[in-house]
Structures are given as structure tokens and as C-alpha cells.
Design a protein around this ligand. Structure first.
Ligand code: GLY
Length: 304
């Protein structure tokens, strides 16, 4: 499997040796469930060591230098169908700064991805994985999430998840024109072969996460969210709720770290992005924040 070199570590001396071997930037992953926040990527050795201490069991990896892309694949146990690649923005703040999060925004399609990326990853990663799981008696049926780094050496697997990814799904499903219910049923009933391939709408979608104050730490809950009606009324834009709840007066309050996904769609990435950010501008939530650079570079590349 094309992936980063890695070492599983249980003791401080194993961590020290692995950090010495791979050098900075240091990549330290919690070896267990961590709600998407178990990875620390840092130049700071002390931060890497502290994360390893706090987690106990970790995987220390070499740093993969290259933009990240997520490819989701539906597998019915016999056939596998890739969805549209999407890019996620995992750091809390603009310029890929700040702590790692569950994802602060996403867009699809990914215009700068090499032609044939999906085919290549299906051949080098997905099919071998499914074949090997089958061989081990763990036939895989469901959604395989392949997180990739597109390095100068080619695509490398960063992570697998056995679920849809968030917030990539918000833009991927927006672009899917084949009815999603039929596709999921086919996944469940070994029917993907009959579906053959998926159809996608032309154009693009961008989603921007509105996060609560203090996310990804302990987020502030309970503040009222305003402007949802205006944002939803904007042509080509809509708001998906992620961490909200009803307030006692019937309004909507923040009730989680990532509160809303504001989705913009359009004929191209630029229009989708403009609409997403215009819709975000109508949202009011005390202390909330969002990234302002989701899909910015991809749109700039379109202009070049
Ligand atoms: N987008 C990151 C995740 O779903 O894990």
C-alpha cells in the first residue's frame, strides 16, 4: 500500500527513536478513536512528545509533503465505485494554521487533481485493499474513505475511515445526480455492478464550516444562531446543521463545535465559493469563526 513510513510506539523511548528517525515536521497519531482530532503535525518536538505522552499508544509517521484529497469509494463486497474526489481543510485557521479539526470546509470537484486520479487510486489502493480484506475473511461492504496526500512520488494513503467524511460529503452528495438512496441500497445488496457508474452534476460546490467559539477545544454552547433564513434564501446556497439544537423559544442555538455547514453551489468553483461566503456573511453567532480561504487557491489557479 503506498503510504508513509510509520512506527507504532508504546513507550517514550520508542517515540524518541521514531521522532529521531523521521525528523520534523513530526506526525504523531493517537492509536485509537479520537473523533478526527487525534493527529498532531508539528515542527515543535516538545508538542509532538507531549501528544504522544497524552495518548499513550501512538503511531509516529514520516511527513507526507503534498496537498490532501479525499476519495470515497462505495463497495458492495464485489464491485466498488468511486465518488468524486474532494478537498478538506483540516486546520482551524486560514493558511492551514492552528489546531487540527474534524474539517473546516471542503469543495468538489478538485480541478487541479491529476487526470485519472480516481482510476489510479482504485488500482493502487482500493482494489488491493478490498481483495486483501476479502482474503482475510472481512469482506468490505460500505463506504471506504481514502484520505490521500498527492506527493511528488504519487498518491500516498494518509488514512482510511469506514464511513462518509465530514465536510467532504456535504459537497460530494450535492454534486451526485444519481439518486443517493438507490446507490446506498445497491451497496447494501451487492447491486453496484448493475449501477455501473455514477452521474455527476456539472458545476461545483463549496462548503464552509461555521464553528463555535473555542472549537476544537471545549466549544461554547447555547448561543443563538441568527440569519439562517437569509442564508438559505440566497440562490444556490443552503445551510446544513451539524451542531445545533432548538432553543426554548423555538430559535436555533449552537450545540457543538462545528455548528453549521454553509454550502454554495454554482456553475464553477468561483461562483460556488462566492455564494457560500455570501451566505456565511448572513450568519450571526456570538464568538463563532470560520476559515476565509476555503477553495481560494483552487479558484486562483482557475484564473491563471
Ligand atoms: N474530513 C475528515 C473526516 O471526516 O475525518
Amino acid at each position: 500500500m503506498p503510504t508513509a513510513k510509520a512506527r507504532a510506539c508504546r513507550t517514550a523511548s520508542q517515540v524518541t527513536e521514531a521522532l529521531d528517525t523521521f525528523g520534523p515536521p513530526y506526525v504523531v497519531k493517537n492509536d485509537g478513536l479520537a473523533a478526527g482530532k487525534g493527529v498532531v503535525v508539528t515542527e515543535d518536538r516538545a508538542v509532538a512528545e507531549r501528544h504522544a505522552r497524552e495518548c499513550g499508544r501512538v503511531v509516529v509517521e514520516e511527513f507526507l509533503d503534498g496537498p490532501e484529497v479525499s476519495l470515497f469509494v462505495l463497495s458492495d463486497g464485489k464491485h466498488a465505485l468511486p465518488l468524486l474526489p474532494a478537498q478538506d481543510f483540516k486546520r482551524a485557521h486560514d493558511g492551514d494554521l492552528g489546531p487540527n479539526t474534524g474539517g473546516m470546509g471542503s469543495y468538489a470537484p478538485v480541478p487541479w487533481a491529476p487526470a485519472g486520479l480516481s482510476d489510479e487510486v482504485m488500482g493502487s489502493v482500493v482494489r488491493p485493499t478490498l481483495v486483501e480484506m476479502n482474503r482475510r475473511g472481512a469482506r468490505y461492504q460500505g463506504l471506504l474513505y481514502v484520505g490521500l496526500s498527492l506527493t511528488s512520488q504519487g498518491p500516498r494513503v494518509v488514512e482510511f475511515n469506514a464511513r462518509f467524511g465530514d465536510p467532504e460529503t456535504q459537497v460530494i452528495l450535492d454534486r451526485l445526480s444519481t439518486p443517493v438512496g438507490a446507490v446506498l441500497q445497491a451497496t447494501d445488496t451487492a447491486g453496484l455492478g448493475a449501477i455501473g457508474s455514477l452521474n455527476w452534476k456539472t458545476g461545483a460546490a463549496v462548503t464552509v464550516v461555521v464553528a463555535a467559539e473555542n472549537y476544537p477545544g471545549d466549544p461554547v454552547r447555547g448561543d443563538l444562531v441568527h440569519g439562517l433564513g437569509t442564508a438559505n434564501a440566497l440562490e444556490g446556497a443552503y445551510v446544513l446543521h451539524a451542531g445545533t439544537a432548538w432553543a426554548p423559544d423555538g430559535g436555533v442555538k449552537a450545540n457543538g463545535g462545528r455548528v453549521l455547514n454553509v454550502v454554495g453551489t454554482g456553475a464553477d468553483l468561483r461562483q460556488a465559493r462566492d455564494r457560500a461566503y455570501e451566505a456565511v456573511s448572513y450568519i450571526e453567532l456570538r464568538g463563532s469563526f470560520h476559515r476565509t480561504d476555503i477553495a481560494e487557491r483552487a479558484v486562483a489557479q482557475m484564473q491563471d
